[in-house]
Design a protein around this ligand. Structure first.
Ligand code: ATP
Ligand code: MG
Length: 273
């Protein structure tokens, strides 16, 4: 069955209820066909590679992919598996960690604007300015009267980027609380995953419901025609990769890009011995 990516899209003005969306769901794919799903991903990897090459050669479009999730939600795995094979020259990952003192001395979009893609580039934000209405809101890092205004800023900022030629795709990796427990437990149990265990993630886990509510508000208030949010059922990693690849490929295909016209007279050129 063909993937209808609109199914995952948060409609503008929709009040999203994350508790109604099953993180284990596999729309447009049979949940038992995991092996086939993995094989399909390899084909999609090839197609994404071609489209990214075209984006780079065409040099007129800019693509921004924003990844947000709870801890252990699969942002890193997504980057590794979905972008497997793309040409690193035109793809960049920008990770947004706790702001430095220099960053905190500026407005919250200052560090973000600097990282947006230029012509021909595809940039992946691993976390983003959305942290400024997520962790900042839940942990009360700035007063409500300040973060409350940020939804409107963000919509305006992203609209500006879109108006100036940036295609924006925002992906929320939706995992269940039970799946997060398993993944955090694996980080404790498996020696080669120990390095990923961050005790701070447990502090965040305790506030699961507050974070879900903050995500719900952020997604509902900032999903626009120019910068849509997609909610990805992400408990099954193979399915998550498949759904995200489909969304990116269909979005890039819609740009209808072409290779630059060859220089005149190429057919008359002979390469000298
Ligand atoms: P992993 O999933 O591998 O742990 P990560 O994205 O969680 O990767 P970390 O270095 O563990 O990376 O965490 C980054 C931390 O920075 C997160 O806890 C995030 O909430 C926090 N952070 C990011 N942006 C901001 C911000 N603007 N204000 C406060 N905290 C922020
Ligand atoms: Mg972390």
């Amino acid at each position: 069955m063909a993937f209808d990516i609109d199914h995952f899209r948060v409609k503008p003005d929709e009040q999203l209820d994350l508790s109604e969306l099953d993180p284990g769901d596999t729309p447009f794919w049979d949940a038992d066909h995991k092996k086939e799903g993995r094989e399909r991903l390899l084909e999609l990897n090839d197609r994404l590679e071609e489209l990214q090459e075209l984006l780079w050669a065409n040099g007129q479009e800019r693509v921004l992919v924003i990844l947000q999730a709870m801890d252990a939600g699969g942002k890193d795995g997504t980057i590794r598996h979905v972008f497997d094979g793309v040409n690193p020259s035109g793809v960049r990952v920008a990770s947004f960690k706790r702001p430095s003192s220099r960053e905190l001395a500026h407005d919250y979009l200052w560090r973000v604007h600097m990282e947006v893609p230029g012509d021909g580039e595809l940039t992946i934000f691993n976390r983003s300015h959305y942290e400024d209405v997520l962790v900042v809101r839940v942990e009360g890092l700035v007063p409500e009267k300040r973060w409350e205004k940020r939804y409107d800023h963000i919509v305006a900022f992203e609209q500006m980027l879109a108006d100036e030629g940036t295609t924006i795709v925002k992906l929320f990796l939706h995992i269940s609380k039970a799946e997060q427990r398993e993944r955090l437990q694996a980080r404790l149990d498996e020696p080669d995953k120990n390095w990923k265990f961050d005790p701070g993630d447990l502090v965040t886990r305790v506030k699961w419901d507050d974070y879900q509510e903050a995500f719900q508000d952020a997604l509902s208030r900032t999903s626009t025609a120019s910068a849509p949010w997609y909610v990805i059922p992400a408990d099954r990693k193979w399915y998550r990769n498949l759904a995200i690849s489909e969304i990116l490929i269909q979005t890039l295909e819609a740009l209808d890009m072409s290779y630059p016209a060859p220089a005149e007279g190429l057919d008359e050129i002979t390469i000298p011995d």
